[in-house]
Design a protein around this ligand. Structure first.
Ligand code: NAD
Length: 493
């Protein structure tokens, strides 16, 4: 049984749900069961144009709605998301495969962004100074940009749209959302709930599709800003093409995250947290740990401990409350991960836990079990490859400096963590490591909604990040007014 009401996938244009007339895109299967869910349309420039025109038409009046009134819709949305939490979590699990607990966790983080955006009447304020010269005052105000495009990946079907949407509309913009063509149902349900808030038609629009839809958004002259989250090659493309057509662009890309384990780390907690970080969401998190670097004697205990933790995880359908790890998103993704595990062995690693034969007790699902590769050589290509599956490499360094240097060499810079009981080691790590998000005894250092979701090097292209104050900066233009009102020009009363 699915919680998907209909296999049809519609676009939302100016408040109307319309059937896509674009060519068929990809066939969607429940990743845990292989059950068909529907077909994603490929998307077209004409459909994108219709959505952008609707958003553009809505902008003129939406931008004049007082900020305090705009956020009333978000208060309602927060309440609707809470009421529909279980239903939305099931939907995410059915189309993405993650466990119900993980789906609820993702929703929590999404709702947090709705809550923060409710503070826009304060967050959006500018500043002013009287008498910058005698009788002259200067004022900075923030104004919305216009139509903003939001393009999201498959791994967080609801949280990532909510990294951007609430801030974009609260600041007075209108939006065209293009969700991942691999998980279109959760976003459609989110937009139905947004409609239930009574938000004026056209303020938020939805257009489905893949590359054709993305490129049409990047080229559309009425789109002022693009928020993108996805893999690094596509992030580069979106950043280059969107910037070339004069848009403001923020692109969060892929990752290869390292965690450093020092000999003085608490063994039990460290192992548990790293296992969750590597294998949670079947490793399909941009903050998942991909490489553990043991320092000194940590090598002696960590390898066996993580092997035992990985082997004991229960893999299966995420709807089963006993499941600890679900499938990867598609059969193609499974084949890719399985092939990369093989390459790891070819490149010199020992496969101490091998998930290639795991079937999750459901023949047609796209399961691959937790896998641990030991001793992958530093120069092997897999050390630089984002696997995006439940595969952890364990490598060794003699010192913290050597571990930090390994991270420095990575082309990615999304996140890194250290596990230690030494404040001095932790401080040295956080001040020198070259990643945008850092965990100290934390395995998935996901920033709260009131902090920017950072990311450096090949993991981020742009200036302003998602969430919090960065989002307010991204979705607004600063206007500076310098004014003089000489007494002698005024009529005397
Ligand atoms: P993806 O790059 O394949 O797709 C992202 C979006 O781009 C989707 O909407 C997709 O339809 C579209 N797209 C795909 N190929 C395209 C192309 N050639 N041209 C134009 N648009 C295209 O990413 P994914 O597989 O959906 O998501 C997983 C990736 O996202 C991983 O690399 C992961 O690390 C990354 N991610 C990063 C963050 C972060 O905050 N840095 C967060 C989540 C996911």
């Amino acid at each position: 049984m699915t919680a998907i009401a209909s296999p049809s996938i519609h676009n939302l244009i100016g408040g109307m749900w319309v059937t896509s007339t674009s060519p068929a895109g990809i066939e969607l299967l429940n990743p845990a069961t292989g059950e068909p869910l529907g077909n994603s349309p490929a998307g077209s420039a004409a459909e994108v144009d219709a959505a952008v025109q609707a958003a553009h038409a809505a902008f003129a009046s939406w931008r004049t709605v007082p900020a305090a009134d705009r956020v009333q819709y978000l208060f309602k949305l927060k309440s609707l998301l809470e009421v529909h939490l279980d239903e939305l979590a099931s939907l995410i699990t059915i189309e993405n495969g993650k466990t119900l607990a993980e789906s609820k966790g993702e929703l929590r983080r999404g709702i947090e962004n709705v809550e923060v955006a409710c503070g826009i009447p304060v967050l959006m304020q500018g500043y002013s100074l009287e008498d910058v010269a005698p009788g002259i005052d200067e004022i900075m105000v923030r104004q919305p940009l216009g139509v903003c495009a939001v393009i999201t990946p498959f791994n967080f079907p609801l949280m990532i749209p909510l990294w951007f949407l609430p801030y974009a509309i609260a600041t007075g913009n209108t939006v065209v959302l293009k969700p991942s063509d691999r998980v279109p149902f959760s976003a459609a349900r989110l937009l139905e709930l947004i409609q239930e808030t009574g938000l004026p038609d056209g303020v938020v629009n939805l257009v489905n599709g893949g590359k054709a839809a993305v490129d049409a958004l990047l080229d559309h002259p009425l789109i002022r800003a693009v928020s993108f989250v996805g893999s690094t090659p596509v992030a580069r493309h979106v950043y280059a093409r969107g910037s070339a057509s004069g848009k403001r662009v923020q692109c969060q890309g892929g990752a290869k995250n390292h965690v450093v384990v020092l000999p003085d780390a608490d063994q039990e907690t460290t192992t548990k947290i790293i296992a969750d970080s590597a294998f949670g969401c079947a490793g399909q998190r941009c903050l998942a740990v991909s490489v553990t670097v043991t320092v000194g004697e940590a090598k002696d205990w960590f390898r066996d401990a993580i092997a035992s933790a990985a082997s004991s995880l229960k893999v299966g359908n995420g709807l089963d409350p006993n499941t600890q790890m679900g499938p990867v998103i598609t059969h193609a993704s499974r084949e890719r991960v399985v092939s990369l595990i093989g390459q790891g062995a070819d490149q010199g690693a020992k496969t101490i836990v091998d998930g290639r034969r795991t079937n999750g007790n459901a023949g047609a699902g796209s399961f691959v079990g937790p896998t641990v590769l030991d001793g992958l050589p530093a120069q092997s290509p897999l050390m630089e490859t984002e696997i995006f599956g439940p595969v952890l490499s364990v490598v060794h360094a003699d010192t913290v400096d050597e571990a930090v240097a390994m991270i420095e060499r990575s082309a990615y810079g999304n996140a890194s963590s250290i596990f230690t009981s030494s404040g001095a080691s932790a401080r040295k790590f956080r001040t020198s490591v070259s990643t945008g998000n850092v965990g100290i005894n934390i395995g998935v250092p996901a920033p709260m909604a009131y902090f920017p979701f950072s990311g450096w090097k090949g993991s981020f292209f742009g200036v302003m990040h998602a969430q919090g104050r960065d989002a307010v900066e991204f979705f607004t233009d600063k206007k500076v007014i310098v004014e003089r009102w000489p007494k002698e020009w005024s009529r005397k009363f």
